[in-house]
Design a binder for this molecule. Structure first.
Ligand SMILES: [Zn+2]
Ligand SMILES: [Zn+2]
Length: 352
């Protein structure tokens, strides 16, 4: 029963949920944030890995376009909500970056299968995550994640998840740090996840970082996509992106990092998961170092391209078996040259 809880928040929980959305109530609703579990909610450079082995340290390798990539996923964000609700940060990133409001997620358009494709570069029939909840005993995804491939090249990695089911994406040794709710029904608001990410960036400078913001999905299930509460959730998510970028400015220096903002699915009525365009269509925005400013992307971009693009920015070729491909058209000729040089083994100096 618990595994269906996320999609069953209705009625009596509405008032509680509304309060949480408007106040930013920390810890998730209606579930309270679980007490930190040092193994299941946090792992860091000083912690042992999941096999009990020593933590690994990175040797500060150099990225091709940028040394720092941040992927932000706003759960359940419909592209048409960005302008309709005046999401100012996202509108700024669109103006200053390269974007499409017609990218496509995978089918079924559900959170865990979709995020798995986003972060592994392959469709559900390859990664095997067809379920959309945390399943004890199902272990971790069977294919490498972008974190793992970056880590293998010596880059540091971090992930801030707002839902417990993301545990299935944490392959041993792939993340220097990660956190997420440990309760099966737990999800955190951005008021918890984002300050934790900001705090982390005060002390660490991850090369590849993922931040998951859950508000729009939560409001959509509870009150309906494009409802009044959904509008506020989108604005909250927009503010969360701004907060992450301000922290990144301090940590990496303004203009010295690259961002991808996207979503796992849209939604309609009070759900998603179908092949309806309102569920399947997602925003995809690249912004920051090496990105072609003010560029409307005509490519047909799919969510698998996010992993391939994040690695490409760091100068790592995606595996040939991947469905995802780098969205090179979002980047300047100089950035593309830098990646070509990096992939051919030449020093990647064009952007330095
Ligand atoms: Zn979702
Ligand atoms: Zn959902």
């Amino acid at each position: 029963m618990l595994k269906r809880f996320h999609h069953r928040i209705r009625g009596g929980f509405g008032a509680i949920a509304l309060v949480a959305l408007f106040t930013g109530g920390a810890g998730g609703v209606p579930d309270k944030a679980p007490a930190p579990d040092p193994r299941s909610t946090c792992c860091c450079r000083d912690c042992p890995d999941e096999n009990g082995g020593p933590a690994t340290s990175s040797a500060h390798p150099v990225g091709a376009v940028s040394d720092h990539v941040i992927v932000i996923s706003i759960d359940g964000l419909r592209p048409d909500a960005i302008e309709k609700y005046g999401a100012k940060t996202l509108q700024r990133l669109i103006r200053e970056g390269a974007y499409t409001l017609e990218a496509q997620t995978i089918y079924p358009s559900k959170t865990l299968p979709s995020h798995t494709s986003m972060l592994t570069g392959v469709p559900p029939e390859v990664h095997g995550i067809a379920f959309n909840d945390r399943q004890e005993g199902s272990g971790v995804v069977r294919v490498p994640t972008m974190f793992e491939l970056a880590k293998a090249r010596g880059f540091s990695t971090a992930a801030f998840f707002s839902k417990a089911k993301f545990h299935h994406l944490v392959r041993p040794g792939s993340l220097d740090y990660w956190q997420g709710p440990s309760s099966n029904i737990g999800h955190w608001m951005a008021t918890r996840t984002v300050p934790d990410a900001v705090d982390y960036m005060k002390h660490e400078r991850p090369n590849l970082m993922f931040v998951h913001v859950g508000e729009p999905d939560f409001a959509g299930h509870t009150f309906g996509w494009m409802s009044f509460a959904y509008k506020w959730a989108v604005k909250r998510a927009d503010g969360a992106v701004d907060t992450v970028l301000k922290a990144a400015d301090k940590t990496y220096g303004r203009g010295n990092y690259t961002v991808i903002v996207t979503s796992d699915h849209g939604g309609h009525d009070r759900d998603h998961g179908s092949d309806d365009p309102r569920d399947m269509t997602i925003p995809w925005i690249a912004w920051g170092k090496g990105v072609q400013a003010g560029m409307a992307l005509s490519d047909s971009i799919r969510t698998m391209d996010t992993a391939a693009t994040a690695l490409w920015v760091l100068g790592i070729a995606e595996p040939e078996s991947w469905a995802g491909r780098p969205v090179a058209s979002a980047y300047t000729p100089e950035a593309r040259l830098a990646v070509e040089q990096a992939l051919s083994g030449a020093p990647a100096a064009a952007l330095r």
